[in-house]
Ligand binder design. Structure first.
Ligand code: AHM
Ligand code: MG
Length: 341
């Protein structure tokens, strides 16, 4: 039987290969994985630990926080602040950046995370996860919020850890996508998927259909054509899934293909979308592209968008290449000028 390859061994071997990950980045990824294991343990305790329900506080996005949002955020900060590999962190749950305190050495990387994505699913025992993105700090003294405002194409590592029936870590360092499954008995992540590929075509879409009346014309057109099935212009039937955890919907797409959309809609016309560019869209878009898929905001490749603020929101269309290209083409064809802001 072939030896099992742990995340640590995989990263060490990547480090040894010319042009692959530097030692500091390897250390950073090991720490993020260790923190994810700890979050996984808290998630698994459920009603047996003091982890369920709301925290009676709001985050910067004006959303009510869950206890696990706060626990996961603290776990990630505590695990990462002392190792010397980071200059600062930014989180969906924190208003400003978290600069590594002076008592620790400062490293050259910046870490961004959504500590617990899909938190509306915590109390109903449905898959949730931690999403992370790593950037290099620009040269210069000190660190500021401005240093984080880099387009997604500048990421040096990105991934997520999904807490579902299995705990799985998906990772890219720009050389394809790999997945590791947590062996709970050994306490280590074991390589279980290499060279993850998304099929170019799909017959499965993911969108919150309850927002249909608020969508723009290109999204309505795309979904309407899917719903017409074999009798419609697409000439085939489509299936639908919506887990309401982006991490779980993206994991399904990396596993068997599909298209995921959280587009701009008329409920809050001033906002480009619900999802956050830096903590959700960028890391997920890079994973999807690295697996052969595509990701746009309906108009522009997500990884090319220049962020203007830390908590910026964005319209997201990602997954199987041909379907994403179709939705993007519908936006450019729209006569009324689709509202991609
Ligand atoms: P969260 O980061 O606060 O959990 O919110 C993001 C989540 C995504 O995981 C998911 O795709 C989306 O919100 C679901 O939203 P909705 O409940 O509007 O369908
Ligand atoms: Mg989220």
């Amino acid at each position: 039987m072939a030896a099992k390859i742990s995340l640590s061994r995989y990263l060490v071997e990547q480090q040894r290969m010319e042009g692959h990950i530097p030692a500091e980045l390897r250390l950073l990824l090991e720490v993020v994985a260790r923190a994810s294991k700890s979050i996984s343990q808290s998630v698994n305790k459920g009603a047996l630990g003091d982890v369920m329900g709301g925290a009676d506080s709001e985050n910067i996005q004006g959303e009510m926080q869950k206890k696990l949002d706060i626990i996961a955020n603290e776990v990630l900060i505590e695990a990462n602040e002392w190792g010397g590999h980071l200059a600062a962190m930014a989180s969906e749950e924190m208003e400003g950046i978290y600069v590594v305190p002076n008592r620790y050495p400062q490293g050259e990387y910046l870490l961004l995370f959504d500590p617990l994505d899909g938190s509306s699913n915590i109390d109903v025992n449905v898959s949730i996860g931690t999403i992370f993105s790593v950037l290099k700090k620009p040269e210069g003294v000190g660190v500021s919020e401005q240093d984080f405002l880099q387009p997604g194409c500048k990421q040096v590592a990105a991934g997520y850890c999904i807490f579902g029936p299995q705990t799985t870590l998906a990772l890219t360092v720009g050389d394809g996508v790999v997945m590791f499954t947590l062996d709970r008995e050994q306490g280590s992540f074991i390589l279980t998927e290499e060279n993850v590929r998304i099929p170019d075509d799909t017959q499965e879409f993911a969108i919150n259909m309850s927002n249909m009346r608020h969508w723009d014309a290109p999204i309505k057109r795309y979904i309407d054509e899917c719903l017409q099935g074999t009798e419609g212009p697409r000439g085939k039937d489509f299936n639908m899934r919506w887990i309401a955890s982006m991490v779980a919907d993206v994991h399904r797409i990396l596993t068997r293909g599909g298209i995921f959309m959280y587009p701009w809609d008329k409920r809050e016309p001033g906002k480009p979308g619900k999802l956050r560019l830096m903590y959700e869209a960028n890391p997920m878009s890079w994973l999807i592209e690295q697996a052969g898929g595509a990701a746009t905001n309906g108009k522009t490749r997500i990884l090319d968008l220049q962020p203007t603020k830390l908590h910026e929101r964005v319209s997201v269309i990602l997954g199987s290449k041909n379907e994403v290209e179709r939705v993007t083409a519908y936006h450019s064809e729209a006569v009324d000028g689709a509202a991609v802001v």
